[in-house]
Design a protein around this ligand. Structure first.
Ligand SMILES: [Zn+2]
Length: 207
């Protein structure tokens, strides 16, 4: 792609770094911004900068938040005794969209994957164990992808939580998930949350 402006080229290159955005789409977006009033483009740029600079992660569940504690952990209507363990904030969004879960979350920030160099220490596992020990948590629901990495993580977490009296369940397995939680449709996800199983049953199913 040949540009007659380094400014345009720069902007196109930045957009093209985003996932799913090729050079052509990047150029279309930049040309669109070029048609806007400068003040409008400033609002756009400012929203990105502020989002990145000011975002916080909830000190309880590691979900994204504007404050120290996220709106879910802070809500009086939520059951703090039921913790749903998920891989990422996208999974929180997917489960929230079902409107069927009224507990709280714990975002691991990934799953154990030796191939990708992700071990337990890089994940928010210690804080989960501490949380279960310190608070009145009755149930931990493992809502992780039905993959080898997901199963490994569930197994590791269940060992870590063994010394606590907490009940561990997993979302129902074997439903057409399409691999990852965030891609499951709301109905499927809601059903697999409702039909969750005790951990022992889940491990038997996997054999
Ligand atoms: Zn939170």
């Amino acid at each position: 792609m040949v540009f007659s402006s380094a400014l345009i080229e720069n902007a196109v290159n930045e957009f093209a770094k985003l996932p799913g955005i090729g050079k052509k789409t990047a150029l279309r977006l930049v040309l669109h911004l070029l048609k806007q009033e400068p003040a409008q483009v400033e609002i756009f740029g400012d929203a990105m900068t502020r989002m990145r600079r000011q975002i916080k992660f909830c000190k309880h569940c590691h979900n994204v938040s504007d404050d120290e504690v996220c709106t879910i952990c802070n809500a009086a209507s939520r059951n703090n005794g039921v913790v749903c363990v998920v891989e990422s904030i996208r999974d929180v969004m997917a489960i929230e969209n079902t409107q069927q879960f009224h507990g709280v979350y714990h975002v691991l920030g990934g799953i154990i994957s030796p191939i990708d160099g992700v071990g337990p220490d890089q994940l928010n596992i210690h804080s989960l164990v501490e949380r279960v020990k310190a608070q009145q948590i009755t149930e931990v629901i493992m809502a992780l992808s039905p993959t080898i990495e997901g199963d490994t993580t569930i197994y590791y977490l269940s060992k870590k939580l063994k010394e606590t009296p907490v009940k561990i369940t997993t979302i129902a397995r074997g439903i057409a998930f399409g691999g990852e939680l965030e891609y499951a449709d709301e109905m499927t996800l809601a059903r697999s949350l409702t039909n969750r199983l005790p951990l022992e049953n889940y491990l038997q199913q996997g054999k």
